[in-house]
Design a protein around this ligand. Structure first.
Ligand SMILES: [Zn+2]
Ligand SMILES: [Zn+2]
Length: 348
């Protein structure tokens, strides 16, 4: 079969012929219907080096996958061949306290996971191929009626990651509250949709690009703000001077983190989702009182079930551009150039 493989750090992935996987005991092979291309894949190609993460190439890219059950190994029950499924991407040990409640990205026994701190497309072979080997049937979530793999694939990361970040802040988003979304890319635009679908908060979206702000409006943002020197004042003014109850930073650069603090309301949440590598000085007087600052990484398996349900009900709909496997590198090129709108989905 064909697969888009990262062969070494700091290199472009290559489309190549590899053997089709066969499932061992407890494993499942999924015929890939769609694999999302994630901005973090660019970090894998461009920035990571030995020691950056506990795993190394070669592996097939694609950590945002959905398709159909193709073959099951011994001991797998509850799945039928041809059944449409989403692949839950973070693969933990399955037995620690975090994994037991479905929060595999925070696995506390990484040595017991198929790969420490990774999954398919992140150290192990992912979904940018015709088939993907999934090491445990528990990582598959049946698709609800009304959702096909092309719609479902981006929900497993571009949907699940913002959903997790937003869901934890629901108690701070009652009617009359304000949420700010910084960075309206693959995750941020779905974040706007999730906020509108699950809360009554007023949503302000921030980006440098006019097209991104248009996309935010399409997704239901109540107000858009161009990032720059006036952004903080504009957002403060829009909240009657109080600031935003919840700020979600999908960029994570120095400038966006500084903006987040500048517009946060007392007792608010500032959640850093983007892996832009910025830093934020925190001291008694530098942050509004009782603002909680947290990073979040991906989401839980129960949350994926909820996100798929939102998708099946048509309440969230990631904007996607589809590419054939042959054209996957075009997707990454457009992402690098900032011309890609929404999420790129590779359909092998
Ligand atoms: Zn990702
Ligand atoms: Zn674990």
């Amino acid at each position: 079969m064909r697969a888009l493989r990262l062969r070494q750090w700091k290199s472009e992935p290559e489309l190549m012929e590899v053997p089709e996987p066969t499932p061992g005991t407890g494993e499942v092979v999924v015929r890939i219907g769609a694999a999302g291309a994630c901005h973090s894949d660019l970090h894998l190609m461009d920035e990571f080096e030995p020691g950056s993460v506990p795993w190394n190439p070669p592996f097939t890219l694609g950590h945002e996958n959905a398709g159909w059950v193709h073959a099951v190994g011994d001991g797998v029950t509850g799945l039928t061949i041809g059944q449409p499924v989403a692949v839950y991407g973070p693969w933990g040990c399955g037995t620690c306290a975090r994994c037991r409640v479905g929060v595999d990205p925070y696995c506390e026994n990484p040595a017991g996971a198929p790969v420490p701190g990774g999954g398919g497309g992140l150290g192990l072979d992912g979904g940018m191929a015709e088939y993907e080997l999934v090491p445990d049937a528990r990582h598959l979530v049946p698709l609800p009626d009304g959702l096909d793999p092309v719609e479902a694939a981006p929900l497993t990361d571009a949907g699940l990651t913002p959903y997790h970040a937003i869901r934890r802040s629901w108690p701070k988003l009652p009617p009359g509250s304000t949420a700010v979304v910084i960075g309206v890319g693959g995750l941020g635009h779905v974040g706007v949709q999730i906020l509108k679908a699950t809360t009554a908060a007023r949503v302000i979206a921030v980006d440098t690009r006019a097209e991104a702000l248009r996309l935010a409006q399409e997704c239901g943002a109540d107000q858009t703000v161009t990032s720059g020197p006036n952004a903080a004042d504009e957002i403060r003014a829009a909240t009657g001077g109080r600031g935003a109850d919840v700020v979600l930073d999908f960029v994570g650069a120095d400038a966006t983190l500084a903006l987040g603090v500048a517009v946060a309301r007392t007792v608010g949440d500032l959640t850093i989702v983007g892996i832009g590598g910025g830093t934020l000085p925190v001291s008694f007087f530098s942050v509004p009182y009782e603002v909680s600052i947290a990073t979040t990484y991906w989401g839980s398996r129960p949350e994926l079930i909820e996100v798929l349900e939102l998708g099946a009900q048509g309440l969230i709909r990631p904007k996607t551009t589809t590419f054939a496997l042959d054209d996957a590198m075009d997707a990454y090129r457009q992402m690098r150039e900032g011309t890609l709108e929404g999420r790129a989905v590779i359909v092998p």
